[in-house]
Design a binder for this molecule. Structure first.
Ligand code: PMV
Length: 313
């Protein structure tokens, strides 16, 4: 039996603008993971995929179009294996599904690593990331590639999308002082391809305005990288707030997100913003360690379905 796992992620800054080749920063969530187990079961005919957290169980040869089925085939082909039989694959995830925490990419990365290991191959982070990117495309259409990258490399990254399918520019991020973050879930599920599609349409109608907003978000990402390296959390918090204002302007915030963000700030967060696709999904708040409990309580009282604390070092 082979088991492999991959972390969830959050985008600290730069979402949406990253689709238009502005820089973004993503952080792995090492304690929140997806796990894939691959085992030989003689009584299984073909390949059975079991996703108990989703209540899904399917046979590969009856589910050719399932993104994870495609990813499985891509991975096997990548390592030069064309037929697989008598396999039970179990996929579990502690990452909220479709919540902007990279559950899809993490499940994909765990699956790729487990299948490759089962077939006797250790893939590099880059190989895992490229394979998962293919499956992200089935879900999202035109993903920037930031999700598959951060969950495959499992480190804080500076990410700039490559031009016309070229590889992204990737750099590790240095974090001068541990970040205490609270992730608040609005409980509203807003598929990323919908919010990304909305931004694409609005940009087509008013390219100048949107390109200017994306440029501002890119400049903020550069400033945020510096604040992270310097451990200047007051400046970092203010920059996160500014990023949120720009995300609101490009139309990807929501009343629920504003509610949670406002409550976090009022309770003393250093900064707060939506994270990921927006339109619902999650927000993050940067807090001083001593304020964690009180801000978490305020986010819950403002209607969050859950608050996940995390420390990024
Ligand atoms: O919804 P998430 O967390 O998968 O974030 C998507 C980030 C976007 O910038 C909105 C889209 C993308 O492909 O980068």
């Amino acid at each position: 039996m082979i088991t492999a796992s991959a972390p969830g992620k959050i985008i600290l800054c730069g979402e949406h603008a990253v689709v238009y080749r502005q820089p973004a920063i993503a952080l792995p969530l090492p304690d929140l993971r997806a796990t894939a187990t691959v085992e030989t079961v003689p009584s299984v005919v073909g390949i059975v995929c079991d996703l108990p957290d989703l209540g899904e169980r399917w046979l590969l040869h009856e589910s050719w179009d399932h993104p994870l089925a495609k990813l499985l085939r891509l991975t096997a082909e990548h390592v030069g294996v064309h037929t697989l039989d008598h396999l039970l694959i179990t996929l579990r995830s502690a990452i909220p599904i479709a919540g902007g925490m990279g559950s899809g990419a993490a499940l994909g990365a765990a699956l790729v690593k487990a299948i490759a290991a089962y077939l006797g191959t250790q893939l590099t982070a880059d190989e895992v990331s490229r394979l998962v990117y293919e499956s992200e495309r089935f879900y999202h259409g035109t993903p920037s590639g930031i999700d598959n990258t951060v969950v495959s490399y499992e480190q804080a990254i500076w990410f700039v999308r490559g031009l016309n399918g070229a590889p992204p520019q990737l750099e590790p991020i240095s974090i001068g002082k541990p970040l205490h973050l609270l992730i608040g879930d609005t409980g509203v599920r807003a598929p990323t391809h919908v919010t990304v599609g909305g931004v694409r349409e609005r940009r087509l109608r008013d390219p100048e305005r949107y390109n200017a907003l994306f440029g501002k978000i890119g400049r903020l990402a550069r400033a945020i990288r510096q604040h992270l390296a310097n451990g200047d959390q007051v400046a970092l918090g203010a920059a996160l707030d500014h990023n949120q204002a720009l995300l609101h302007e490009i139309g990807v915030s929501s009343p629920e997100l504003e509610q949670l963000i406002g409550a976090a700030r009022q309770a003393g967060a250093l900064g707060a913003k939506l994270s990921g696709g927006g339109g619902g999904g999650i927000m993050l708040a940067l807090v001083r360690e001593t304020q964690r409990a009180v801000v978490a309580e305020a986010i819950m009282a403002a209607g969050a379905t859950q608050v996940i604390p995390t420390i990024v070092m």
